[in-house]
Design a protein around this ligand. Structure first.
Ligand SMILES: [Zn+2]
Length: 179
């Protein structure tokens, strides 16, 4: 797995490029040992705050599972995995604009992949230790707190940031550019 080796080797000096990382450099072994603000430390409520009952009325079962329960759609099944249509991807839960098609790239990982969010304040990052021994950085909508996916970096993709925002299709709604 050449890509996996490169991930670890390059992470040590790429890790500081993710937003929100304190300047004090801790040695990291993998690409995802970041010190991101944890949403559990939030003092402000999300701009869009609904009860689970209200979310279930808005979202279908698959959307609710991914967005509100941090689920993951099966790879290569999402409707936007290979989409190249120009437009803006909005949060399917609250409608906040999150990613632009210009930053979408063919990662071949099975999920829509972007190398940057539309703006840094559109998303927030949480440490995710749900897989033992494989810490990841979860990406959530900053407006409603819904789960979008994870971000990885230092994998060697030929993109401006070498970051891969690995996002569930079901978390997004593409609003195509009108011409
Ligand atoms: Zn949202």
């Amino acid at each position: 797995m050449p890509r996996g080796r490169s991930l670890v080797r390059r992470a040590a000096y790429r890790v500081d490029r993710l937003p929100g990382r304190p300047s004090a450099g801790t040695k990291s072994r993998g690409a995802c040992v970041h010190s991101h603000m944890d949403a559990s430390h939030r003092t402000e409520p999300y701009a869009v705050t609904l009860t689970d009952t209200a979310w279930r009325e808005r979202l279908n079962a698959a959307e609710f599972h991914v967005l509100r329960e941090a689920g993951t759609e099966r790879p290569f099944t999402g409707e936007y995995t290979d989409t190249t249509t120009e437009g803006v991807y909005a949060c399917r839960a609250c409608g906040a604009e999150l990613f632009r098609s210009e930053t979408k790239f063919a990662s071949h990982c099975g999920w829509p992949s972007f190398y940057a969010p539309l703006a840094e304040d559109r998303v927030e990052y949480l440490r995710d230790h749900s897989i033992p021994g494989r810490p990841r950085v979860e990406v959530r909508c900053a407006s409603c707190g819904s789960h979008l996916g994870h971000v990885f970096e230092g994998e060697g993709y030929a993109t401006p940031t070498d970051q891969r925002y690995c996002i569930n299709s079901v978390s997004l709604t593409l609003e195509p550019t009108r011409d």
